[in-house]
Design a binder for this molecule. Structure first.
Ligand SMILES: CC(C)(COP(=O)(O)OP(=O)(O)OC[C@H]1O[C@@H](n2cnc3c(N)ncnc32)[C@H](O)[C@@H]1OP(=O)(O)O)[C@@H](O)C(=O)NCCC(=O)NCCS
Length: 393
């Protein structure tokens, strides 16, 4: 079979809500419902694409148990979609949604399938981080168990790469500022599928914006917030991505099929990379992914219009930006997360890898229409980074 081109036809997401049993806007919404909502939206927005024509539906989730156990199959079937379409739940920690997208793209590039849906979904309240987690005996012979929890890896990165608490708080401030501006200016309208949720008082409302985004951050308050991961640490709740819930999905197609259906597209999937690293500094995954993309393509930072780097923690995002030289040393960054990042928008683990590609497509089209390339990248627990390069067609 001849290698094909894979184009992005559409991408949508729910808003990201706080994963909190009382305060979370999706406290009464289950992850199959957020995922079902984005699936339905893709078909409604693209009536020429029928569910029975989908080659496969791949969904990333970081914690595939409870309500997220085989979330791809159970969501597909429970929303009435055709049984013949194969599904696959992809578990790859935080890059799960990106791993699903890379797998879907490879099926198209290889010529095995023509139409794929890749997605990511996570509800960190209903299936908490580490749910049903057990480690192989030898893992902690190789690694110090105190250095494995995510927050502790951020503390270690902050120390190794000398990222100050002030620089992290500055990044958090701009992440919220940019996310708030993008929200108020309606920039997320094309990607957010509004769904019903509940306020803290129990009243129902249409959730059409991300819950964690703040209009202002108080630098003095931030400077006095406690450091939950290490007593003498630098990382706080303000400089960590919050526990959140949400879903995102991408409709991808071979270019031939898209042309045959008369569908329009602006960007294609150019390259996907995955790269492993030391789990105690897992947050450096984007550095490795970006460098691998540059090495494989010959591109350099000046060739890239925009980057979405998932802000799992301010410490690792700043370290990755500095180590790759892709933007300024400190926020506000010009090319990275121009509509804000996970510190403000949230990081529902397995969702984020798909969500940042959805946002990158919209950021490129809206803010950098003349630029040819964009990169979305994120780190993952236990040391698995991933990145996707998109190219304007
Ligand atoms: C950091 C962390 C432990 C904090 O969790 P938590 O103690 O439950 O705290 P919350 O997120 O609810 O925030 C605590 C309080 O600080 C407040 N707060 C957070 N950021 C703030 C800011 N910038 N300014 C002022 N207040 C802030 C919150 O509003 C909250 O108060 P509220 O409940 O009254 O609204 C948690 O968010 C976490 O573990 N994040 C990382 C998740 C992770 O590892 N993801 C994977 C990455 S690879």
């Amino acid at each position: 079979m001849q290698m094909k081109e894979c184009v992005f036809i559409d991408g949508v997401r729910t808003a990201n809500a706080r994963a909190h049993a009382e305060k979370g806007w999706f406290k009464n919404v289950k992850p199959d419902q957020t995922l079902g909502a984005v699936l339905k939206a893709l078909f409604e927005r693209n009536p020429k694409v029928k569910p029975e024509d989908i080659g496969a539906f791949f969904v990333g989730t970081a914690n595939a148990s409870g309500y997220q156990n085989d979330i791809a199959r159970l969501t597909w079937l429970s929303h009435g979609f055709p049984e013949r379409v194969p599904t696959q739940t992809v578990q790859n920690q935080c890059p799960s949604g990106m791993a699903a997208t890379i797998d879907a793209a490879r099926a198209i590039l290889s010529g095995e399938e023509d139409i794929m849906i890749a997605a990511g979904a996570e509800d960190m309240e209903k299936v908490p981080m580490g749910a049903n987690m057990a480690f192989p005996d030898n893992f902690f012979n190789r690694y110090n168990m105190l250095e494995i929890p995510m927050g502790n890896t951020a503390e270690k990165v902050a120390k190794i790469y000398d990222i100050s608490r002030k620089d992290m708080e500055n990044m958090a401030m701009y992440s919220h500022k940019k996310a708030h501006a993008a929200t108020v200016e309606g920039k997320f309208k094309n990607e957010i599928v509004p769904i019903m949720g509940h306020k803290e008082d129990g009243s129902e409302f249409l959730v059409d914006k991300d819950q964690w985004v703040r209009d202002t951050l108080d630098p003095e308050k931030m400077a006095t917030m406690k450091t939950p991961f290490q007593a003498d640490g630098r990382v706080t709740a303000a400089t960590s991505s919050p526990l959140t819930a949400g879903a995102a999905a991408l409709l991808m197609m071979s270019r031939e099929k898209a042309d045959a259906l008369g569908l329009s597209y602006t960007y294609k999937y150019k390259l996907g990379v995955q790269e492993g690293n030391d789990p105690t500094i897992m947050g450096m995954g984007p550095e490795l992914a970006i460098k691998k993309i540059f090495k494989k393509t010959g591109l350099t930072p000046k060739d890239i219009g925009a980057y979405e780097i998932n802000e799992a923690f301010a410490a690792q995002s700043i370290a990755c930006i500095r180590e790759t030289g892709i933007d300024k040393d400190n926020a506000p960054f010009d090319k990275v997360n121009v509509w804000g990042g996970a510190l403000a928008l949230g990081h529902p683990l397995g969702e984020s890898g798909a969500r940042i590609i959805v946002t990158l497509l919209n950021v490129m089209k809206t803010e950098f229409p003349k630029e040819k390339y964009g990169i979305a990248t994120l780190c993952g627990g236990f040391g698995n980074g991933a990145g996707v390069l998109i190219e304007k067609v």
